[in-house]
Ligand binder design. Sequence first.
Ligand code: ADP
Length: 563
Amino acid sequence: MSAPDEDELKTLRAENKKLTRNLRRQTEINQQILKNIESSKNLVRMVDKEKARLEGYMDMFLNNSADLVFLFDKYGGLVFVSNSYLTPTGLDILGVSGKRICDLIEDYMDKDEHAAARPILRKAFDDCVEKELDIRLCLYGLGIFRNYMAKITPMFDGNVAKGFIVILGDVTELVLAKNNAMRLSEVKSNFLSRMSHEIRTPMNAIIGLTVIGKETEETAKKEYCLEKIGEASKYLLGIINDILDMSQIESEKFELSVNEFNFEKMMTRVSDVMSFKIVKKNQNLTVHIDDKIPPSIVADEQRLSQVITNLLSNANKFTPENGNITIIAELLADYGNTCLICVKVLDTGIGISESALPLIFANFEQLDSGVSRKYSGTGLGLAISKHIVDMMGGNIRVESVEGDGSSFIFDIVVEKGSAEVFGGGKPDDESIFEDSEGIFEGHEILIVEDIDINREILEGLLEDTGVSMDFAYDGLEAVAKFTDGENPDYELVLMDINMPNLDGYGATMQIREINKDIPIYAMTANVFREDVEKCISAGMNGHLGKPVDVVSLMKTLKTTLLR
Ligand code: ADP
């Protein structure tokens, strides 16, 4: 073989170079491909990781969700169900896989409710449409049903149905809240119609008897009408006070105000006030007061009397003629500075049915309308009583058998008072007038009042006492009485609050700049605690409510004029 010539060598070298270059490029490309493959692998790994993470969350969501989540294939057979269904039913996925929604819930539904729901669920699956319906399931046994809002949603891939998702959201709390709201609104509207009746009845008596009284010439008949008008008015005032108490309770503004008083005297006064009605029904009232109860205690006397009066008044109302009513007050425990007192009001009346007992202290409830139509009442008394006893840190309860009497029992912890207080308690009767003729002769008071009838009433009530009355018709006039130079000799100002031009607060503040000492008492229909506080901070010495309580009025006059 001959050696290659120079030309051939040149060509071979050039080809070799080209091959080497191509090889290098191919190696670079291969390396790049390998790199790309590696990064694709990384990407796939990342995607897988992310998918796993999302699936983890999905599982977590499905298995921890309080909602029951079911996935079905396009034929309506179960492919997945959340633990919220499996755990309480004790089933496992293999046992239920492939089942239809109606079969999965049948064992946990009321038979009739299931029969009603089945065609609706079927149709949603057959028609491939969204559907919502309310169902009740008893998944946890013990006959306790919970409410669910079932939502069926078909899943599509383009136009082709691929399956269904059914979510049963637990709406028990919502349903309960809605039912409670509806019940409350029903109770309140019953209450309003009862209240309308309760207010119209005495109003009817007042209006009718006023006409009769005016037309008759007979003094005895006139007196009878006036007496009945008085009774109806007091009843009406009782209703208004109950409504106001209830509204204070509802707005959480109800407060107690404690004072020291003689417990036995308070009990006697309460039974004295009721004695007229008790005698009228020929009932026997027995009162036992444990002599271990300290003579003087510190509590809200007015509210405590209100509770006992309410219980006694119910005992009187719901016990037939000749029945027995017993009040027992006992000392249950002595803790040194405080003690536990129990008060029982027992009657031999109509009693309370077992089903009504749990409702008896509820707000706005009056029991069975048959009973309540026969006996008038607002149904507020016991709710208010319970509230008062609760506020006193006590407990009120009832024991009763229908047809066999009732026992209302409450206990409260009270502070012991100082032994000297043997008085206490306001007399509630109007006998205070018996010895009042001319007692305020030579004394002058200013009455600030814009309403004619209110002025007339005060004039009428105080006429016989001999007190000299001057009148101002609004706050401005009242202030003018003090600024017009003639230094008035008033010893007391009775100040209305709501008046045109200048109200009672403004008038008091201006009078106080001129005269710091003159006693000024509000006489107003604004009777809430914050109203009383407002009067005191405006510079008044005290507060008298309207309608005028003659006993408190006379007491105020006596303490301010006869000092
Ligand atoms: P009112 O007596 O004004 O209707 P209450 O709140 O004092 O309102 O009483 C609520 C209901 O409880 C009464 O309507 C009555 O049905 C029942 N009740 C209360 N006390 C007695 C009782 N001593 N005996 C029988 N039923 C009673």
